[in-house]
Ligand binder design. Structure first.
Ligand SMILES: *[C@@H]1O[C@H](CO)[C@@H](O)[C@H](O)[C@H]1NC(C)=O
Ligand SMILES: *[C@@H]1O[C@H](CO)[C@@H](O)[C@H](O)[C@H]1NC(C)=O
Ligand SMILES: *[C@@H]1O[C@H](CO)[C@@H](O)[C@H](O)[C@H]1NC(C)=O
Ligand SMILES: *[C@@H]1O[C@H](CO)[C@@H](O)[C@H](O)[C@H]1NC(C)=O
Ligand SMILES: *[C@@H]1O[C@H](CO)[C@@H](O)[C@H](O)[C@H]1NC(C)=O
Ligand SMILES: *[C@@H]1O[C@H](CO)[C@@H](O)[C@H](O)[C@H]1NC(C)=O
Length: 234
């Protein structure tokens, strides 16, 4: 049953062409699998999963909390505030030579969620945007919020949060927007809010807060668009 192998060998130039084609496809695949290899930092993945469990939140099918959270809408062009993308996260997967992702944005908005802000949140050290408005969250705005030092937007309005505002808010030096209106916060504004020199928008209304916005240069104050109604609820 032996037959001539030579007859089936392609000509040298065709052989070279096929080889380079294979090599081309192989390197494309390699490139693609490298791109998909970027995974969410394990401590952030654990925190996200715990957070969602406590809030009884489930990822929309556009991304994948049981598999790789930094997939689909978390890393492609889907709008962070796209109505179909809620809850939503956004990841930056450029770390460790594009092998590690960190969560940069988290939104759980108007989904009737209940619960508190749990300490696991502090694992999300790259978080720049946190929006959990219009739910039924309760408890305090905890002091550990000050550890999320990359925050640019902190928006927790229209919930049931209560207690005094932690002075640690003053550690969030990157904040451009702080929105805590329509909760049950009380007490005086911490002087440390004056440290938020980048702040452009401040929404405090419909709480039971008192005091004055401390130690901001008047020209900085002029730039803040704010709803600073400190009149008591009722
Ligand atoms: C959790 O969410 C599911 C569906 O999203 C709902 O059916 C269930 O009642 C919720 N559980 C609690 C305790 O809120
Ligand atoms: C989510 O990830 C799991 C495990 O990687 C995978 O089996 C599943 O198909 C993924 N689902 C979606 C919607 O991407
Ligand atoms: C993003 O990924 C999701 C899930 O795979 C997909 O449904 C959606 O069409 C993608 N959007 C864009 C803009 O690529
Ligand atoms: C980063 O990735 C590129 C492309 O895969 C590779 O050439 C380079 O050696 C990597 N650098 C490090 C420090 O791993
Ligand atoms: C004030 O805040 C409470 C708690 O979130 C809310 O129920 C109420 O509707 C708010 N009132 C106004 C006028 O926004
Ligand atoms: C106020 O806003 C204007 C216009 O956006 C800007 O040029 C100016 O630097 C701001 N001033 C301060 C003190 O932030």
């Amino acid at each position: 049953m032996a037959f001539s192998v030579e007859q089936h060998l392609p000509s040298p130039s065709l052989f070279a062409l096929i080889c380079s084609l294979y090599f081309f496809i192989f390197s494309l695949l390699l490139h693609k699998s490298n791109a998909q290899d970027a995974t969410l930092d394990p401590s952030e993945a654990g925190a996200l999963s715990s957070l969602f469990q406590q809030w009884n939140a489930t990822a929309v099918p556009l991304w994948n909390i049981s598999g790789e959270p930094c997939s689909g809408s978390a890393i492609n062009g889907t709008g962070f505030e796209d109505p179909s993308n809620n809850p939503a996260i956004k990841c930056d997967c450029s770390y460790d030579n594009a092998t590690t992702c960190h969560i940069t944005q988290l939104r759980v908005a108007a989904l009737d969620k209940r619960g508190i802000i749990p300490e696991e949140l502090t694992a999300l050290t790259y978080l720049m945007v946190l929006k959990i408005d219009k739910n039924y969250f309760t408890g305090p705005l905890p002091a550990f919020i000050g550890k999320l030092s990359a925050l640019i937007i902190l928006s927790i309005s229209h919930n049931g949060f209560s207690g005094t505002l932690p002075k640690e808010l003053g550690s969030l030096k990157e904040l451009l927007m702080l929105s805590i209106g329509s909760n049950y916060f009380s007490g005086t504004l911490p002087p440390e809010l004056g440290n938020l020199v980048k702040l452009e928008q401040l929404f405090l209304g419909n709480n039971s807060l008192s005091g004055i916005l401390p130690s901001r240069k008047s020209e900085q104050l002029q730039n803040i668009s704010f709803n600073y109604d400190i009149s008591p609820k009722g």
